[in-house]
Write a protein that binds this ligand. Structure first.
Ligand code: ZN
Length: 161
């Protein structure tokens, strides 16, 4: 019986390494969110041991969390294994709590720690406590506010009414 779920998680984040002579296979293990069945995402296939950076290889053996994250964020891995990342509720905004001052305009820089795709208008509305309408009226930005981005950008807040 096949499970209808198409979502999986890396859970605690584990790699599996299989050595075949001097060739290594490396997989990232993922678990179905519904039936908990484990499957493997291919990271390396039949790759000569000598071509690995030793530190990277140690990271695979140690299930290094940063290596799990960077592997998962690698667009090549997604393409090869035909999956897309689900970022729903996966991001958090760290904004200064001081709020906006009295002097306009104010320039704000947004920095991404990970390339999480998000619409700038949503990010700005949440970060500054503005309505979508206010965002459209008061924000000047070089990139389209409604188009998803995952790279840092800068915007300017103009004075309100
Ligand atoms: Zn399942």
């Amino acid at each position: 019986m096949d499970c209808p779920s198409e979502s999986a998680t890396t859970a605690e984040g584990r790699f599996r390494i299989n050595a075949n002579g001097k060739l290594l296979d490396v997989w990232l293990l993922v678990r179905c969110v519904s039936c908990a069945r484990t499957s493997k995402l291919s990271v390396y296939e039949r790759t000569p041991v000598g071509s690995f950076d030793p530190a990277e290889l140690d990271g695979y053996h140690a299930n290094d969390p940063e290596l799990v994250a960077s592997t998962l964020l690698d667009p090549l891995l997604a393409r090869r294994n035909r999956f897309t990342l689900d970022w729903t509720e996966a991001w958090r905004l760290d904004a200064p709590s001081a709020g906006l001052g009295e002097k306009w305009p104010v320039q704000v820089e947004v920095v991404f720690e990970d390339p999480v795709p998000v619409r700038p208008e949503r990010l700005i509305a949440q970060g500054l406590g503005l309505s979508r309408n206010e965002v459209r009226r008061r924000i000047k930005c070089d990139i389209p506010l409604r188009r998803t981005t995952s790279a840092g950008f800068t915007f300017t807040v103009m004075a309100g009414d």
